[in-house]
Design a protein around this ligand. Sequence first.
Ligand code: HEC
Ligand code: HEC
Ligand code: HEC
Ligand code: HEC
Ligand code: HEC
Length: 285
Amino acid sequence: MATCGMVVLLLGLLASGLSAQSLANKLADPQDPFFPSRLSASENKALKASDFEDPGDCGECHEQIYMQWQGGMHANAWKDPTYTALHHIASKETKGLTDRYCIACHTPIAVLAGEIKPGEDSKVSEISKKGVQCDFCHYRLRKQGDRKHGRHLLSRAYQKGPFKDSESPAHQTAFSELHTRAEFCGMCHDVYHPVNGLPLEKTYSEWLEGPYPSRGVKCQDCHMTPGITHFQQNPGKAAIDAPQREHIWSHNIVGVNAAMANYLASSSTAKRPSSGSGRQPPWRS
Ligand code: HEC
Ligand code: HEC
Ligand code: HEC
Ligand code: HEC
Ligand code: HEC
C-alpha cells in the first residue's frame, strides 16, 4: 500500500468531511459498534473474543497450514511496526475515527469482539493480536452487499473452505464458493476511504481490470501455491489423518514484504503446535 500517501489523503479528507460532534456521536453509538468499518455481525452486536479459536488449536491438526500462516504477513498484521506507527498517527490526528477502520482489516477479531474503544488505549485480547487468522477467514465469514472497505457479515456457520466432501472430527465443514474466488481477497485488498468512498489502494480492482480474470487466474493461484507467478499443483493432505488430495492451497501468502514477515516470525514467541515439523516457508530456508 502506498502508505504515506494513503494516510495523508485520509487525514486531509477526514478533516473536511465530518464535524467533530457528529463524529463523536457516531463513534459512541451503541447501535453501531463497528463504525466506521464495514464489519458486521448478527443483529449488529459485538461478539466475544472467546467466540473464536486460537490458530494454535487449528495447528494441532492443520500443522503445515498453521506453520505457513504463522510465517506470513496475515499472522503479523497486528505486530507489523510500519502499520502500528501509521495507525497511531492516524488515530491521534482523527481522534480515534480511524481505529476501527484500520483494525477491521488488520486485526478483525478485535473489532468484532468490541475491544476497540475509539480514541482510547484499547485492551486487545491475545487472540485478537494474531492478526488476520484462521477463524476469521474460515468460520462465520460471509460476504454482504458491496465489497468496499472490507465488508463482511459474520454469522454462525461452519469451517468453510474449498472442499465439497470434507469431514473433520473437530468441526463441521462446508463448501464455500467465495473462498475459491479472488473476490474473497478483494474484501480487504481494496481499500476505500471510509467517509467519501474514494479508492486508496485497489489491488483487487486492478486485478479485475487486468488480463487475469479472462484467463481464469485468481489471487490464490499465484499467492497460495508454490509458484508465485502462476498456478502450480501442490498435492498433499490438509490435516493429519485427512485424505490425500490433488491440491492443497498453501498459506504462506507472500508478496513484497517477505523480509518483514521473516523478521517478525523469527522474533515471535507464538505458540506452535506440539507435534510440529511442518514445512518451512521457502524464504526461511
Ligand atoms: C479494507 C482493508 C484495509 C483498511 C481499512 C486498512 N488497511 Fe492497511 N492494509 C490492508 C492490506 C490488504 C494491506 C497489504 C496490502 C499491500 O501491501 O498492498 C495493508 C497494508 C498496510 C501497510 C503496509 C505495511 C507494510 O509493512 O508495508 C500499512 C502501514 C497500513 N496498511 C496502514 C493502515 C492504516 C494506518 C489504516 C487506517 C488508516 C489502514 N491500513 C486501513 C488493508 C487495509
Ligand atoms: C486470509 C484468509 C485466510 C487465512 C488467514 C487462513 N486461510 Fe485457510 N484458506 C483460505 C482460502 C481462500 C482457502 C481456499 C483457496 C481456494 O480454494 O482458492 C483456504 C483453504 C484452507 C483449507 C483447505 C485445504 C487447502 O489448504 O486447500 C484449510 C484446511 C484451511 N484453509 C485451514 C486454515 C487454517 C488452519 C488457518 C490458520 C492457521 C487458515 N486456513 C488461515 C484463506 C485463509
Ligand atoms: C482434530 C483435528 C482438527 C482440528 C483441531 C481442526 N481441524 Fe479443520 N479439518 C480437519 C480435517 C481432518 C479436515 C478434512 C480435510 C479434508 O477433507 O481433506 C478439516 C477441514 C477443514 C477445512 C476445510 C473445509 C472445507 O469444506 O473445505 C477448514 C477450512 C478447516 N478445517 C479449518 C479449521 C480451523 C480454522 C480450525 C481451528 C479453529 C480447525 N480446522 C481445526 C481436522 C481438524
Ligand atoms: C499472475 C500471478 C498473480 C496474481 C493473479 C495476483 N498476484 Fe499479487 N503478486 C504477484 C507477484 C509475483 C507479486 C510480487 C510483486 C513484486 O515483487 O513486485 C505480487 C504482489 C502482491 C502484493 C504485495 C505488493 C503490493 O502491491 O503491495 C499483494 C498485497 C498482492 N500481490 C495481492 C494480490 C491479490 C489480492 C490478488 C487478487 C486480486 C493478486 N495479488 C493477484 C502475483 C500475482
Ligand atoms: C481480513 C482482511 C484480509 C483478507 C480477507 C485477505 N488479506 Fe491479505 N493482507 C491483509 C492485511 C491487513 C495485510 C497486511 C499486513 C501488514 O503488512 O501489516 C495483508 C497482506 C497480504 C500480502 C502480503 C503483502 C506484502 O507486502 O508482502 C499478500 C500477498 C496478501 N495479503 C494476499 C492475500 C490473498 C491472496 C488473499 C485471499 C486469499 C488475502 N490476502 C486475504 C488483509 C487481508
